[in-house]
Design a binder for this molecule. Structure first.
Ligand code: ZN
Ligand code: ZN
Ligand code: ZN
Length: 362
C-alpha cells in the first residue's frame, strides 16, 4: 500500500517529480528524471516481469512502463544477501522476508537449545511464509504477540488442551488456526469439545466415587470414542450423548441413595426407579446396555423402552387444521414447515427429523 501523500509544496520544492509531477522532496535522480520520496518508495516495491523477460523488482521506467534496473539504467540496491533474491531491503542488506524469518527464529527458539517440537516448527514455517512479510514483521513484533510466541516456544509439546490453558486471546486463536492449517494440530470438533467440558462438570454431580469412575469410563469409552471416530459430531449426537449421561448419573445417584452399587443392581431396582420417575428414565437403557457389554451388571436386566412423547394426542380434525395452517404460514421457513408436517402427519420424532438433510437434488 502506498503511503498517504501530503499535499505538494511548490514553494519549498520548486522542482516537480519526474513521475508524479507533484512537488515533494526529490530523493534521487534516475534516467527518467528526478524522483520524489513517495515515488522512490513505490519504485522499490514495484514487482513484475520487465519487457526483457526479467522477473523481479522493476524500479525504472522505459517509455513510462516499469522496467528492471538493467533496462532502465536505474541504480538501486535490491539484492538481498540472505536469500539472494531481488527485493526491497529492510536492513543489513536483507529483504523483509529474511528479516521476518530471522525474527521468527529468534522469538521461537526453545529455551536451553532444546530441539523445537514439530508443532513449533509448523508455527515457524507458517509465520515465515506470511505473504506480506512487512505486515508479518509488524504483527510479530508487537509485545503481546512476541510474549505469546515465546511462551509457546517453551512448551515441550503443543496441543489444543495446552493452548486452552493459555489465557484466551485473538493471538492464541490465530496461532491455533495456523497450526490446524499446517496440519500440526487436528481440526478441533467444537461439539465434541463442548461435550468433554460438559461431561467433566457432570461427573461432579455423582455422589459415589465408584460410580463416578464407572461414568468416567462410560463417557470415555462409549461416547467420546464414538465422537472421535466421526468425521464431525452432529448436534443430534451431542444432545443424545448429554441426555444419556445425564440419565445414567440420575440412576447411579438413585442407586447410591438406595445403598446399592451398580454391580448389585437388580430388576426390582430398575422397575421401581422407572415407575417413580418420568418416561425419559427409559433412556438409561443405553447406559445399561454398555454396562452389560462391559460385564458390570447381569445381562438379563432390562428397562421398559423409553416411550417418547407424553403430550396429549391431537384428534384427526385438529391435525388437519394444523397441517393446513403450516402449509400456508409464512412465519416459518420452508424447512421448519416441512419438519413440522413430518411430525404431525407421520409421527416422526424431533430428534430424528433434526438429522435430516435438506437436499433438493433428484
Ligand atoms: Zn513523485
Ligand atoms: Zn529489463
Ligand atoms: Zn532475502
Amino acid at each position: 500500500m502506498p503511503r498517504p501523500r501530503k499535499a505538494g509544496d511548490p514553494a519549498k520544492w520548486p522542482e516537480a517529480c519526474g513521475r508524479c509531477a507533484e512537488h515533494h522532496k526529490i530523493v534521487v535522480r534516475w534516467p527518467d528524471g528526478a524522483i520524489c520520496g513517495y515515488c522512490y518508495q513505490q519504485a522499490k516495491r514495484t514487482r513484475g516481469t520487465c519487457a526483457c523477460g526479467h522477473d523481479g523488482v522493476l524500479p525504472g521506467r522505459v517509455d513510462t512502463l516499469p522496467a528492471c534496473r538493467e533496462c532502465s539504467g536505474v541504480r538501486l540496491n535490491i539484492d538481498c544477501t540472505g536469500c539472494g533474491k531481488e527485493d526491497e531491503l529492510h536492513s543489513g542488506n536483507r529483504c523483509w522476508s529474511c528479516i521476518l524469518a530471522m525474527t521468527v527464529d529468534r522469538i521461537l527458539s526453545p529455551p536451553e537449545n532444546q530441539p523445537p517440537s514439530p508443532e513449533l516448527q509448523a508455527v515457524a514455517t507458517a509465520l515465515k511464509s506470511m505473504k506480506r512479510a512487512n505486515s508479518g514483521l509488524t504483527w510479530i513484533q508487537q509485545p503481546h504477540v512476541t510474549e505469546f510466541l515465546q511462551q509457546l516456544a517453551a512448551e515441550p509439546v503443543i496441543t489444543h488442551a495446552r493452548l486452552d490453558e493459555i489465557p484466551a486471546s485473538r493471538t492464541r486463536e490465530y496461532v491455533r488456526g495456523l497450526l490446524v492449517e499446517h496440519n500440526a494440530l487436528p481440526l478441533r470438533d467444537e461439539l465434541s469439545t463442548r461435550f468433554s467440558d460438559w461431561a467433566e462438570q457432570a461427573l461432579d454431580r455423582i455422589t459415589s466415587p465408584n460410580h463416578r469412575d464407572i461414568t468416567r469410563r462410560y463417557i470415555r469409552w462409549h461416547h467420546q470414542r464414538r465422537m472421535n471416530q466421526m468425521d464431525e459430531v452432529t448436534r443430534g449426537t451431542f444432545l443424545r450423548a448429554k441426555q444419556a449421561v445425564t440419565v445414567a448419573i440420575e440412576l447411579l445417584n438413585w442407586l447410591t441413595d438406595q445403598g446399592a452399587e451398580l454391580a448389585e443392581v437388580n430388576q426390582a431396582h430398575l422397575d421401581r426407579w422407572q415407575a417413580e420417575g418420568p418416561t425419559t428414565r427409559g433412556i438409561a437403557s443405553r447406559f445399561l446396555d454398555w454396562a452389560i457389554r462391559t460385564n458390570l451388571i447381569d445381562p438379563s436386566l432390562k428397562l421398559q423402552p423409553h416411550r417418547r412423547g407424553t403430550s396429549p394426542r391431537l384428534d384427526a380434525a385438529a391435525q388437519t387444521q394444523h397441517v393446513t395452517n403450516l402449509s400456508h404460514t409464512t412465519d416459518m421457513s420452508p424447512r421448519d414447515r416441512a419438519a413440522a408436517i413430518l411430525i404431525l402427519v407421520f409421527g416422526q420424532q424431533v430428534s430424528d427429523i433434526v438429522q435430516l438433510t435438506w437436499d433438493t437434488s433428484p
